[in-house]
Design a protein around this ligand. Structure first.
Ligand SMILES: Cc1ncc(COP(=O)(O)O)c(C=O)c1O
Length: 372
């Protein structure tokens, strides 16, 4: 029998093989400039990303987590406040709330889209609710029309955790322009990933833009003129320059991801035991992950590993069941859809350079598993 070719869940080396020359050129230029923080690359990237998101301002920071903490702080979240968010997300979404001394108030997700449900938000609002923090999970926007209507009715700002959905859109509006302020992560595995950590906050508000620029730089409005306690959260010039190279490829990479998703969904359509991801009418999915729901998920996962097919479970434990939030008093059954998703989801290999024969191999392995 011939040796099985491994199919990775993601492959950054393939991307580097394609763009490495350009990346090395810009890194060399930054080194020659000897300007490493708050320079022209960062400023240019802020304008380019703001434009992509359809808003006026971008403020580059050191990570997606920092972007969440700073955005929440800028909309007024402080100790004792409540912030509504889904429990089916990466822990950083909630721990940013905790970092400000505020309380994460979880609201369950929709079975089809994996995103926060508007009716769940409504029932969690109290006089202490200071923000609604939506997550556009896996590259698909949350259902923002009803969420915006709720936020408007109650006068509560919306913060978007857009770490996974840069480039996506909802009814013609890009993610990043669907709330009051939005947060991006440039963690290396993201659709637009740096070669290290990075993040950005985008907004239409000039006031928030000014405050964020101050907060990310020790609260300084100008040198040695600090207005309030801030800290150091700046994106360095090398990362900004690399991100600017990669940004030029973001749309073609997105199209490749969508084409791969289409192929997977076609090949898997006849299998009763799995549900491919949905893209509701009017949404543009960017497939940061191609995530199926699978019966006997853990067994399927083991089988795929035995076939050298990479895969991942994002996320195996919803936040209300992790030790960090034990003190909130939730239990199994508190958020049934999030718990169900944690048991059923499986993210298949997905990256722009994925080849058709690799997609076929993954689909055949899944078909084989369920026909045994
Ligand atoms: C949904 C979500 N929120 C927040 C983050 C935190 O971003 P970072 O790792 O850049 O701090 C991530 C990614 O890691 C994420 O996937």
């Amino acid at each position: 029998m011939s040796e099985l070719q491994a199919v990775p869940q993601m492959d950054l080396a393939a991307q580097y093989a394609a763009i490495g020359g350009e990346v090395r050129d810009v890194v060399t230029q930054v080194l020659a400039s000897q300007q490493f923080v708050l320079g022209r690359e960062g400023a240019a990237l802020e304008c380019e990303i703001a434009k992509l998101c359809g808003v006026k301002h971008g403020v580059a920071v050191a990570s997606g987590t920092d972007s969440l903490i700073l955005a929440l702080r800028t909309v007024g979240v402080a100790a004792g406040d409540e912030v509504i968010l889904p429990p089916f997300t990466f822990v950083a979404t909630a721990s940013a709330v905790s970092a400000l001394g505020a309380k994460p108030v979880f609201a369950d997700i929709d079975r089809e889209t994996f995103n926060i449900r508007p009716d769940e938000i409504t029932r969690r609002i109290t006089p202490r609710t200071r923000a609604i923090l939506v997550v556009h999970l896996y590259g698909l926007a949350a259902d923002m029309h009803p969420i915006r209507a709720i936020a408007k009715r109650h006068g509560i700002p919306i913060v978007e955790d857009n770490a996974q959905a840069i480039g996506a859109s909802y009814q013609g509006t890009p993610t990043g322009a669907l709330g009051d302020v939005a947060c991006l992560s440039f963690y290396p595995t993201k659709n637009l990933g740096a070669y290290g950590d990075g993040g950005m906050i985008v907004t239409n508000s000039a006031e928030m833009d000014t405050r964020l620029r101050t907060l990310r730089n020790h609260g300084q409005a100008s040198r040695y003129n600090s207005l309030e306690p801030g800290w150091n959260s700046r994106l360095d010039e090398i990362q900004a320059a690399i991100l600017r190279v990669k940004l030029r490829y973001l749309r073609p990479w997105e199209r490749a991801r969508r084409a791969h998703a289409g192929e997977y969904s076609e090949l898997l359509a006849s299998l009763k035991s799995i549900h491919p991801p949905v893209t509701p009418e009017g949404y543009e999915h960017v497939f940061h992950q191609y995530t199926i729901r699978a019966s006997r998920r853990n067994e399927l996962q083991k089988f795929l590993i035995s076939q050298k097919i990479g895969n991942a479970v994002y996320y195996p434990v919803p936040l209300h069941l992790q030790p960090i939030y034990q003190s909130l008093g939730h239990a199994l059954g508190s958020f049934p859809e999030s718990e169900r998703a944690a048991e059923e989801v499986l993210s298949l290999p997905m990256f722009p350079e994925l080849r058709t024969e690799q997609i076929h191999r993954v689909a055949s392995a899944i078909t084989e598993f369920y026909s045994r």
